[in-house]
Design a protein around this ligand. Sequence first.
Ligand SMILES: Nc1nc2c(ncn2[C@@H]2O[C@H](COP(=O)(O)OP(=O)(O)O)[C@@H](O)[C@H]2O)c(=O)[nH]1
Ligand SMILES: [Mg+2]
Length: 368
Amino acid sequence: MSDSEESANKLVVVGDMGVGKTCIISRFINGTFTLNPVSTVGANYSRKIIDVPELDKELILDIWDTAGQEQYKSLAKIFFQGAKLAILVYDITRKESFDSMKDYWYKKLKEFAEQDIVIGIAGNKSDLYLNEAVPEKEARNYAKSIGAAFGLTSAMNNSGIEDLINTMGIKFLDPNYVINESEEESKSEEKSEQKTEEKEEEKKEKKEDKKEEKKREKEEKRREKEEKKREKEERKREKKEEKRQKKEEKRREKELKKQEKEEKKQEKEEKKQEKEEKKEEKKEEKEEKKEEKEEKIEEKEEKIEEKIEEKMEEKKEEKKEEKEEKKHEKEEKKHEKKEKKEEKQEKKEENKKIKLGGKKKKTKKGFC
Ligand SMILES: Nc1nc2c(ncn2[C@@H]2O[C@H](COP(=O)(O)OP(=O)(O)O)[C@@H](O)[C@H]2O)c(=O)[nH]1
Ligand SMILES: [Mg+2]
């Protein structure tokens, strides 16, 4: 065993799963905070040398972390064995983690660790003080009852861890060293009073917020109701309007149909009238034509008559003329006849005379 190993002191950090053990160690060793740290299985301790200025001494610590076995409450005896210091961690927002710390982890320590083990209790996640489930005073009293140091810690905000380990270091190095606990207590009481005030304030604000919220919700509901009522009325009005419009449309359609019917009827009548008028016109035209024809015929007849008359007249005239002529002819003939008769007579006479004269001359001239 080397010198440092000889002087190294085993510090175990125990408590329920999820209370923040790994985060506390990580914050203390590396000064970092990881939201979801992964535990290393196996060699899970880290060494850190701390200063204890109050005693002007140094302390070598081998800080042991669990590897998740605490989930099944199956930490091996060996984990506790030889531990000179121990931090019992609970989550201030989870009452069961505090109970489990008292009823299980503390007992395990007493069972397997060194008898004069220096214990520190860390009420972790103090940044979530608004959700505090374990009153600080109760935890502090418990710590007092088992002779443990107490500190509210936050791995997230990096508060309380160094103070707690420092107090444990002092206790470890000088068991007779008296820490002014009343000062600490009053400080913490002050803090807790402040916290209570803040809490009260917060509660008040929350209450008022809730009141406001309820008021708003009520108002919202009232508005929704009114909106629904308005919508209902609107729908009713719309339906009514729709009905009225439909009725109006039907009425208009009916009227339109009626009008159309009347128009058609009128058209029909007009056509009929037109037809009749045309018929009448045609008839008139026909009659006119007929009249005209008749007139023409009459005219023609008249003309014919006139012509006939004329012709008759002409014929009459002709006949008369003919008659006249004939008469004239007759007269002429008569005259001719008379003349012929007279000529004959004359000839006769002449002949007589000739005869007479021939008889006398016969003797002179021959027969003729
Ligand atoms: N708000 C808050 N969360 C923390 C704090 N410490 C640890 N956590 C969270 O608590 C969870 C458990 O932390 P972890 O260190 O793994 O717990 P372990 O199982 O005890 O080792 C993780 O999600 C952390 O981020 C703290 O101080 N404040
Ligand atoms: Mg862990």
